[in-house]
Design a protein around this ligand. Structure first.
Ligand SMILES: [Zn+2]
Length: 191
Protein backbone atom coordinates (compact mmCIF):
# COMPACT_ATOMS: atom_id res chain seq x y z
CA UNK A 1 0.00 0.00 0.00
CA UNK A 2 1.24 3.45 -0.88
CA UNK A 3 0.70 6.06 1.78
CA UNK A 4 0.49 9.74 0.97
CA UNK A 5 3.42 12.04 1.60
CA UNK A 6 2.70 15.08 3.75
CA UNK A 7 4.74 18.14 2.84
CA UNK A 8 4.69 21.15 5.13
CA UNK A 9 5.18 24.12 2.85
CA UNK A 10 4.48 27.71 3.74
CA UNK A 11 2.13 29.55 1.35
CA UNK A 12 3.79 31.40 -1.54
CA UNK A 13 2.62 34.76 -0.19
CA UNK A 14 4.99 34.38 2.79
CA UNK A 15 7.88 35.54 0.58
CA UNK A 16 6.03 38.76 -0.18
CA UNK A 17 5.23 39.15 3.52
CA UNK A 18 8.90 38.82 4.45
CA UNK A 19 10.07 41.31 1.83
CA UNK A 20 8.18 44.04 3.67
CA UNK A 21 9.76 43.31 7.05
CA UNK A 22 13.00 44.30 8.58
CA UNK A 23 15.00 41.65 10.30
CA UNK A 24 16.19 41.15 12.98
CA UNK A 25 13.60 42.15 15.62
CA UNK A 26 15.52 42.88 18.82
CA UNK A 27 12.38 44.20 20.51
CA UNK A 28 9.81 41.76 21.86
CA UNK A 29 6.87 43.82 20.64
CA UNK A 30 8.38 43.91 17.13
CA UNK A 31 8.60 40.13 17.11
CA UNK A 32 4.97 39.84 18.15
CA UNK A 33 3.90 42.51 15.66
CA UNK A 34 5.43 40.44 12.87
CA UNK A 35 3.64 37.31 14.06
CA UNK A 36 0.25 39.00 14.48
CA UNK A 37 0.52 40.53 11.01
CA UNK A 38 1.41 37.11 9.66
CA UNK A 39 -1.72 35.66 11.27
CA UNK A 40 -3.80 38.36 9.60
CA UNK A 41 -2.22 37.57 6.23
CA UNK A 42 -3.09 33.91 6.78
CA UNK A 43 -6.74 34.90 7.11
CA UNK A 44 -6.69 37.33 4.22
CA UNK A 45 -4.88 34.98 1.81
CA UNK A 46 -7.13 31.93 1.68
CA UNK A 47 -8.99 32.09 4.97
CA UNK A 48 -6.71 29.70 6.79
CA UNK A 49 -6.78 29.60 10.59
CA UNK A 50 -6.10 32.94 12.34
CA UNK A 51 -2.89 31.80 13.98
CA UNK A 52 0.80 32.38 13.29
CA UNK A 53 4.08 31.75 15.06
CA UNK A 54 7.77 32.34 14.56
CA UNK A 55 11.05 31.09 15.94
CA UNK A 56 13.62 33.79 16.65
CA UNK A 57 17.10 33.68 18.04
CA UNK A 58 16.22 34.74 21.56
CA UNK A 59 19.10 37.12 22.18
CA UNK A 60 19.42 38.85 18.80
CA UNK A 61 15.88 38.64 17.42
CA UNK A 62 17.13 37.14 14.17
CA UNK A 63 14.26 35.33 12.49
CA UNK A 64 14.85 31.58 12.13
CA UNK A 65 11.51 30.33 10.81
CA UNK A 66 7.85 31.23 10.41
CA UNK A 67 4.73 29.14 10.80
CA UNK A 68 1.08 29.65 9.97
CA UNK A 69 -1.93 27.50 10.66
CA UNK A 70 -2.40 25.16 7.69
CA UNK A 71 -5.07 22.82 9.10
CA UNK A 72 -7.61 23.58 6.39
CA UNK A 73 -5.29 23.76 3.38
CA UNK A 74 -3.21 20.67 4.33
CA UNK A 75 -6.25 18.80 5.67
CA UNK A 76 -4.46 17.76 8.85
CA UNK A 77 -5.25 18.71 12.42
CA UNK A 78 -1.52 18.64 13.17
CA UNK A 79 -0.63 21.74 11.17
CA UNK A 80 -0.89 24.34 13.91
CA UNK A 81 1.25 27.44 13.50
CA UNK A 82 3.56 26.64 16.41
CA UNK A 83 4.28 23.13 15.16
CA UNK A 84 4.90 24.38 11.62
CA UNK A 85 7.33 27.05 12.88
CA UNK A 86 9.17 24.61 15.15
CA UNK A 87 9.44 21.91 12.48
CA UNK A 88 10.75 24.37 9.89
CA UNK A 89 13.21 25.88 12.37
CA UNK A 90 14.53 22.40 13.14
CA UNK A 91 14.93 21.70 9.43
CA UNK A 92 16.76 25.01 8.93
CA UNK A 93 19.04 24.25 11.86
CA UNK A 94 19.45 20.65 10.73
CA UNK A 95 18.75 19.52 14.28
CA UNK A 96 15.65 18.22 16.07
CA UNK A 97 16.88 20.06 19.15
CA UNK A 98 16.69 23.85 18.99
CA UNK A 99 18.35 23.95 22.39
CA UNK A 100 21.63 22.35 21.34
CA UNK A 101 24.66 24.06 22.83
CA UNK A 102 26.34 24.71 19.48
CA UNK A 103 23.73 27.21 18.26
CA UNK A 104 22.03 30.32 19.70
CA UNK A 105 19.04 29.75 22.02
CA UNK A 106 15.63 30.03 20.38
CA UNK A 107 12.37 31.69 21.28
CA UNK A 108 8.91 30.74 20.05
CA UNK A 109 6.57 33.68 19.50
CA UNK A 110 2.93 32.77 18.94
CA UNK A 111 -0.05 34.96 18.15
CA UNK A 112 -2.25 32.96 20.55
CA UNK A 113 -1.26 30.84 23.53
CA UNK A 114 -0.53 27.24 22.57
CA UNK A 115 -3.34 24.67 22.56
CA UNK A 116 -2.92 21.39 24.42
CA UNK A 117 -1.18 19.75 21.43
CA UNK A 118 1.32 22.55 20.87
CA UNK A 119 1.94 22.94 24.59
CA UNK A 120 3.03 19.31 24.66
CA UNK A 121 5.43 19.84 21.75
CA UNK A 122 7.20 22.90 23.14
CA UNK A 123 9.47 21.21 25.74
CA UNK A 124 10.61 18.67 23.12
CA UNK A 125 11.50 21.39 20.63
CA UNK A 126 14.36 22.79 22.68
CA UNK A 127 13.17 26.42 22.67
CA UNK A 128 14.17 28.44 25.72
CA UNK A 129 11.32 30.91 25.84
CA UNK A 130 7.72 31.31 24.74
CA UNK A 131 6.03 34.63 23.98
CA UNK A 132 2.23 34.73 23.62
CA UNK A 133 -0.18 37.34 22.26
CA UNK A 134 -3.84 36.40 22.68
CA UNK A 135 -4.86 34.20 25.57
CA UNK A 136 -6.24 30.71 25.42
CA UNK A 137 -9.60 32.11 26.50
CA UNK A 138 -9.61 34.45 23.51
CA UNK A 139 -9.40 31.49 21.11
CA UNK A 140 -12.09 29.63 23.05
CA UNK A 141 -14.27 32.75 22.93
CA UNK A 142 -14.56 32.48 19.14
CA UNK A 143 -15.27 28.75 19.38
CA UNK A 144 -11.91 26.98 19.02
CA UNK A 145 -11.34 23.90 21.17
CA UNK A 146 -7.93 24.36 22.79
CA UNK A 147 -8.01 21.03 24.60
CA UNK A 148 -7.24 20.30 28.22
CA UNK A 149 -4.22 22.14 29.60
CA UNK A 150 -2.94 21.98 33.15
CA UNK A 151 -3.84 25.10 35.09
CA UNK A 152 -0.17 25.66 35.99
CA UNK A 153 1.23 25.23 32.46
CA UNK A 154 3.24 28.47 32.62
CA UNK A 155 4.98 27.40 35.83
CA UNK A 156 5.50 23.88 34.45
CA UNK A 157 7.34 25.25 31.41
CA UNK A 158 9.35 27.47 33.72
CA UNK A 159 10.49 24.46 35.70
CA UNK A 160 11.85 23.04 32.46
CA UNK A 161 13.81 26.20 31.80
CA UNK A 162 11.35 27.71 29.31
CA UNK A 163 10.46 31.27 30.27
CA UNK A 164 6.92 32.38 29.33
CA UNK A 165 5.66 35.91 28.71
CA UNK A 166 2.01 36.54 27.94
CA UNK A 167 -0.26 39.33 26.72
CA UNK A 168 2.27 40.87 24.34
CA UNK A 169 0.09 42.92 21.92
CA UNK A 170 -2.89 40.88 23.10
CA UNK A 171 -5.52 43.34 21.76
CA UNK A 172 -3.99 43.23 18.28
CA UNK A 173 -3.84 39.44 18.39
CA UNK A 174 -7.47 39.21 19.53
CA UNK A 175 -8.46 41.54 16.69
CA UNK A 176 -7.16 38.96 14.20
CA UNK A 177 -9.26 36.24 15.82
CA UNK A 178 -12.35 38.43 15.50
CA UNK A 179 -11.41 39.36 11.95
CA UNK A 180 -11.44 35.65 11.07
CA UNK A 181 -14.95 35.27 12.45
CA UNK A 182 -16.12 38.40 10.64
CA UNK A 183 -14.74 36.96 7.37
CA UNK A 184 -16.75 33.77 7.87
CA UNK A 185 -13.77 31.58 8.76
CA UNK A 186 -14.45 27.95 9.66
CA UNK A 187 -14.10 26.96 13.32
CA UNK A 188 -12.53 23.58 12.51
CA UNK A 189 -12.91 21.63 15.74
CA UNK A 190 -13.24 17.84 15.71
CA UNK A 191 -16.84 16.73 15.40
ZN1 LIG B 1 -1.92 24.20 18.70
Amino acid sequence: MLFPVLTIKLPDWVNEFLMRRDSPCPDLADRMRLVVELARWNVDHGLNGPFAAAVFERDTGRLVALGVNLVLSLRTSLAHAELVALALAQQIRGNYDLGSADSPPCELVTSTEPCAMCLGAIPWSGVRSLICGARDVDARAIGFDEGHKPRNWVAALGKRGIAVRRDILRPQAVAVLRHYVACGGIIYNPS
